[in-house]
Design a protein around this ligand. Structure first.
Ligand code: SF4
Length: 651
């Protein structure tokens, strides 16, 4: 079905069995700089699922490369046993394993383990994002770091890895040397193009010296950092062509963006507002200029897209990392022609890179088994099949139904509405969030494959439960919008955000205040929807800024959108009351009134309260029941799906 995607690819002295690549991504599963059993289980699941090549996350090659408290380190031999265990877990599945050689330079986050942040760079030039002032590297340190690339590569080779790549992407140290805006040196490592390339060239030579000519070494590079102060695209292109042409780089792995700026970092894991495969044309230009394989990243979610990119000659292999975070079985399903069964990544960024930014192990909102392979990676059959009623077809109920049925239980799911999906059906109506509905498409497919019976337009009460006499009722009845107490005078137009999202035309013409308690997509999205319909919109947020609880890249894109839409944000306010043409707010720090006059209405995006009446009724009647999802407390989609998994795994 996908002849090019599933054809072998030679990289230097090794051959990939197919052209599906999991690129290096920080899983936050390393501890004390070392590979853990959790990380091994994570990668083994992707190898078992059919990946052609797994590139393990970045490993620091020098003490100054410790950019987070959870980075892997390859600075001494203590890393070898962990890498060896990982290689031994992956190899039996036919997947090749490469490592990433890494130095962040000035891209250092504040370490959260009490260690003082040390940032070194070619020159003392800070970045917009981390705002750390780096110390210029001394010549002796540059030599030490270059040697570190070779020494680290030799350790990974000894551990049994099949190759390595030097990370020059995303504004990290090699990129800083190449970039005339970051490299102001006047010695042999700065100034001319040749001098600025010297660091990277010597890093490759160091790896060759320590590992020999037959050990594959690749280059990971951002061909366009999308930052006015970042590495210019023509310099990145020329450096890639030189290193490949000189026989130093065995392959080129193309990405985009930089960690150094807000707008550039949004491309490290491009969210759903970016088109699928949007980097392929850029990679295609490089591929036409070199004779080594070119790999390309950039929201390639599905095998059909990957096949198309390779067939078009834009790349030799496709980086599909989040596609396999979301569905580790994706390559095997594609190879078997079961494309409808692939759980497609929706580019929400919430549990993968979102967890990384929060400092805990990555997962997937649709597939919480990711990162928890040792607990939930293998579905265990139930000791005794039970008759299970699931009430509510939102994300929690759907996941619970699928998992319970996969474990052998007899499961029926009841949904009061005409469609399953719950609040996701609201979320997908917002501008730029259309793809979010894919989560329900995927969960519905899981439910269907597992053999769950579904009863739509069916309300469940105590007599209905007693008539079925199930072994267990799983209550996932969701939530309803929360309305804070308000002082209301006259008859102002006040509506809940969920209703406005469903029917934006219901808002009266004129200026609308959107009161946002949670800083999530509901308030921001409602404001955008109303502005797009021609309203002047004031977004009154209780936090310091709009979208505070969203993942950074998603939030940045939304903040850029509301800026373009001229939406006014009022921070640190709560709604207090309203009359016909004024919304009364209060400053949350001073309690002083903040009045917005001349308004046509107020929209409340103040979260939700649990719809838990059925659960209470069943409890009182002594019927075995379990609550999950929003009916217990407000839950994100991620939390709801995880709760469905955990609950059904215990039945
Ligand atoms: Fe994709 Fe969202 Fe899952 Fe990340 S959390 S892998 S973006 S679906």
């Amino acid at each position: 079905m996908f002849p090019r995607l599933f054809s072998p690819l030679a990289i230097g002295s090794v051959t990939l069995r197919n052209r599906i690549v999991s690129s290096g991504h920080d899983t936050v599963m390393a501890e004390h700089g070392q590979i853990t059993d959790r990380l091994i289980a994570y990668h083994e699941a992707r190898a078992r699922g059919g990946a052609g090549l797994i590139v393990v996350q970045v490993a620091g090659i020098h003490e100054t490369a410790r950019y987070t408290s959870h980075v892997l380190m390859a600075t001494d031999d203590s890393c070898v046993p962990g890498y060896r265990a990982l290689a031994e877990a992956v190899a039996p599945h036919g997947t090749l394993l490469f490592g990433q050689l890494f130095h962040p330079g000035r891209e250092v986050m504040d370490l959260d383990d009490g260690t003082l942040t040390v940032a070194v760079a070619p020159s003392a030039v800070p970045t917009e994002r981390f705002r750390v002032m780096p110390r210029p590297l001394r010549l002796a340190e540059i030599r030490e770091i270059i040697d570190g690339y070779g020494q680290a590569a030799a350790r990974l080779r000894r551990a049994g890895l099949d190759g390595v790549e030097i990370v020059a992407s995303h504004g990290y140290l090699p990129s800083q040397f190449l970039n005339p805006a970051a490299n102001l040196r006047t010695d042999a490592y700065g100034g001319s193009a040749e001098n600025r390339l010297r660091f990277l060239r010597e890093a490759f030579e160091s790896v060759r010296r320590h590992c020999g000519p037959d050990f594959p070494v690749g280059l990971r590079i951002s061909l366009d950092e999308r930052d006015p102060s970042g590495l210019p695209a023509d310099i990145a292109f020329a450096a890639s062509v030189s290193l490949a042409g000189e026989g130093l780089a065995d392959y080129l792995s193309v990405t985009t963006g930089t960690s150094a700026s807000l707008a550039g970092s949004d491309h490290i894991a491009p969210d759903m507002s970016n088109a699928s495969g949007y980097l392929a044309p850029l990679a295609g230009k490089l591929r036409a200029a070199v004779r080594v394989p070119v790999l390309v990243a950039g929201r390639i979610n599905q095998p059909q897209e990957a096949e198309h990119i390779i067939a078009d000659g834009q790349a030799d292999a496709c980086v599909m990392t989040r596609a396999m975070i979301c569905d580790p079985e994706m390559p095997a399903l594609a190879a078997a022609g079961q494309t409808d069964d692939i759980r497609a990544c929706i580019g929400c960024n919430q549990a993968c890179i979102g967890h990384f930014h929060l400092g805990f192990p990555i997962s997937c909102i649709q597939h919480p088994e990711t990162g928890r392979e040792r607990l939930y990676g293998i579905r265990r059959r139930a000791d005794r099949p039970k008759n299970v009623m699931i009430v509510g077809g939102g994300p929690a109920g759907l996941k619970a139904a699928a998992v319970a049925a996969e474990r052998g239980h007899d499961v029926t799911l009841y949904e009061a509405a005409g469609r399953v999906g719950g609040q996701v059906l609201v979320a997908e109506r917002l501008p730029g969030r259309e793809e979010f509905g894919g989560a329900i498409t995927n969960l519905s497919r899981e439910v269907a494959r597992a053999g769950v019976a579904i009863r739509l337009r069916t309300t469940v009460d105590l007599p209905a439960v007693q008539a079925q006499s199930p072994d267990l009722v799983v209550v996932a009845t969701g939530a309803r919008p929360y309305r804070p107490p308000l002082e209301i005078m006259d008859s102002p137009w006040i509506a809940d955000a969920w209703d406005v999202i469903r029917r934006p035309e219901s808002a009266p013409p004129g200026k609308i205040v959107v009161a946002d308690f949670r800083g999530d997509w509901v308030g921001l999205g409602t404001a955008r929807l109303l502005a797009a319909a021609g309203h002047e919109v004031i977004l009154a947020v209780r936090g310091y800024a709009a979208g505070e609880s969203l993942q950074q890249y998603v939030r940045d894109r939304l903040l850029a959108a509301i800026s373009r839409q001229r939406i006014t944000v009022l921070p640190l306010v709560r709604p207090f009351g309203a009359d016909d043409d004024t919304v009364y707010l209060q400053h949350v720090l001073t309690d002083e009134p903040v009045l917005v006059a001349g308004v046509a209405g107020l929209v409340l995006a103040c979260g939700s309260s649990p719809a838990n009446e059925l659960l209470d009724t069943l409890d009182s009647a002594g019927v075995p029941a379990l609550g999950i999802g929003d009916c217990l407390a407000p839950r994100t989609v991620e939390e709801a799906v995880l709760e469905g998994l955990v609950a059904a795994s215990g039945i």
